[in-house]
Ligand binder design. Structure first.
Ligand code: FRU
Length: 489
């Protein structure tokens, strides 16, 4: 039986965890959508769920001259329930059309959700790969599935689903998040996994037609793989292979892996025949509180790009009471800088921050809560901090030039966010005396880039004063501020 609770005149229904959306939910979802629109924490240029919880980006593609962004979505409630695929599309990464639900887990083989995966184009069709989540009292049976979208946008699940059923020898039932790519005329699929010894593994399959898949084995990786690998991605950036994996169970270090789970990149070469990734450089992708399960893809003109889930693990957020949770990061363009992977805001989005104003001041007051601030930090004090907020309700970006640490501190926000997982996130600097800083604030979504994305922090901050912020530098800072102009969705 649905339990009904009353709040702010809207009646919220309670659902069994594995409830998928049917016609009977449509009018309730419409009411919920109107309710969410009243939330004071909504972003203007980050994608967010119109109701319920959003997590990983899925099936990202530039297909049919449009960006197709799918995502993990439980539309009915703001927590991790039955995962559907939601779908937004856009021709410019600025104006988005909400295509609502793309995949509903209504088949027996996916009875516990349509989990994450990517997409690839073949013969004018977009193949959407996903994990059909299937639980039994003895544990999960891993199943991978595919749905095919045509140019009109009609999506059909393959009659051959599940296209991979069961686990290869030595693996547990935790195998998921297919990432399919083409190399030298063959298709390959990477899958994140946990083996029988509770160690994370990356699995390789191959296919000629995207439907029949043959297991090839484990790819050897020169990193700590924790107890489970999730959401692998492989992309070519400036002629090198970049592998991105999300890892569960890494031990926290002073300047790395401070979230519950972490996303790592490796730059180098994937040797498919020997199943080895030869690493030249690796690091955590982002150092903020809210970044996980990123997916790489080729955008317009084959530009290597990436988007991540703006969230991580299980968190309680102030927006839960407004019936929506999490979002996606901005779309990034990927580049290499001396073998480091950099990610920075896609140019289409960057262009929407208009009417740049210069400043030369110790403190500025922004005109809204939707801005791009850029400035330089030079080492003229060992420790430098910039405060964003109002009076005693602020978050801080700190540079410790002695220790070469850069950190974000959420200790002084009036509305606490997920404090049991710590209030500070710290990363090692780049051993420089001068940094270029770009801060993008989108109401409760904040993204900071150091030296155009050599380091970054994505995190949520729910300032009480939502309309504008004081930015206090504590020195005569020189920089520019611009405001987001477009109305995106
Ligand atoms: C990562 C993840 C994936 C899974 C999906 C389920 O955040 O756990 O491994 O497919 O989320 O929503």
């Amino acid at each position: 039986m649905n339990k009904i609770i009353y709040k702010n005149k809207m009646e919220f229904q309670k659902f069994e965890t594995y409830t998928y959306v049917e016609d009977k939910h449509v009018s309730y979802l419409k009411q919920l959508e109107d309710f969410v629109q009243k939330s004071s924490f909504l972003p203007h240029y980050h994608l967010y769920p119109k109701t319920g919880l959003m997590n990983d980006p899925n099936g990202l593609a530039y297909f049919n001259k449009q960006y197709q962004f799918f995502y993990q979505w439980f539309p009915l409630e703001p927590h991790h329930g039955m995962k559907h695929w939601g779908h937004y599309k856009s021709s410019d990464l600025v104006h988005w059309e909400d295509k609502k639900i793309a995949l509903i887990p209504d088949e027996e083989y996916e009875k516990n959700g349509c989990y994450s995966g990517n997409s690839i184009e073949k013969d004018g069709l977009l193949y959407l790969f996903y994990t059909a989540n299937y639980k039994t009292p003895q544990g999960k049976i891993p199943k991978q599935a595919v749905a095919i979208m045509d140019k009109v946008g009609v999506i059909q699940k393959s009659k051959k689903n599940p296209i991979i059923d069961g686990a290869p020898e030595g693996m547990s039932g935790e195998i998921r998040d297919p990432f399919v790519f083409k190399r030298d005329g063959s298709y390959y699929m990477l899958l994140g996994a946990k083996d029988e010894h509770e160690v994370g593994q990356l699995l390789l399959y191959t296919s000629q037609d995207l439907i029949d898949w043959v297991y090839q084995g484990i790819i050897s990786l020169p990193i700590d793989k924790g107890y489970m690998l999730e959401c692998p991605s492989l992309i070519q950036v400036e002629g090198k292979d970049v592998l991105i994996v999300s890892v569960m169970g890494l031990e926290k270090e002073e300047t790395r892996y401070q979230n519950q789970f972490s996303t790592i990149y490796l730059v180098g070469k994937l040797d498919i025949s020997n199943k080895v990734f030869y690493e030249e450089y690796s690091d955590e992708v982002d150092s903020g509180f809210d970044f996980y399960a990123s997916q790489a893809f080729y955008g317009k003109n084959n530009v290597p790009m990436m988007v991540a889930w703006f969230g991580c693990g299980q968190q309680e957020l102030p927006s839960d009471k407004d019936m929506w949770k999490h979002g996606l990061t901005m779309p990034y363009e990927l580049k290499l800088k001396q073998n480091r992977l950099t990610h920075f805001v896609a140019s289409e989005l960057l262009e929407q921050f208009k009417k740049k104003q210069s400043f030369h001041n110790e403190k500025i007051t922004t005109k809204s809560n939707t801005y791009h601030l850029s400035f330089e930090v030079c080492n003229h004090k060992d420790e430098m901090s910039i405060k964003f907020g109002y009076l005693k309700d602020y978050w801080e970006l700190k540079f410790d030039f002695n220790r070469d640490h850069i950190s974000v501190d959420r200790s002084n926000l009036d509305i606490p966010v997920d404090v049991q997982n710590g209030k500070i996130r710290k990363t090692k600097g780049l051993n420089k005396n001068r940094y270029q800083v770009d801060v993008f604030v989108d109401n409760s979504f904040v993204e900071i880039f150091i030296n155009e994305g050599e380091k970054s922090f994505a995190f949520r901050a729910f300032n009480m004063t939502t309309q504008h912020h004081d930015v206090i530098f504590g020195w005569e800072a020189i920089g520019e501020i611009a405001y987001y102009q477009a109305v995106g969705f």
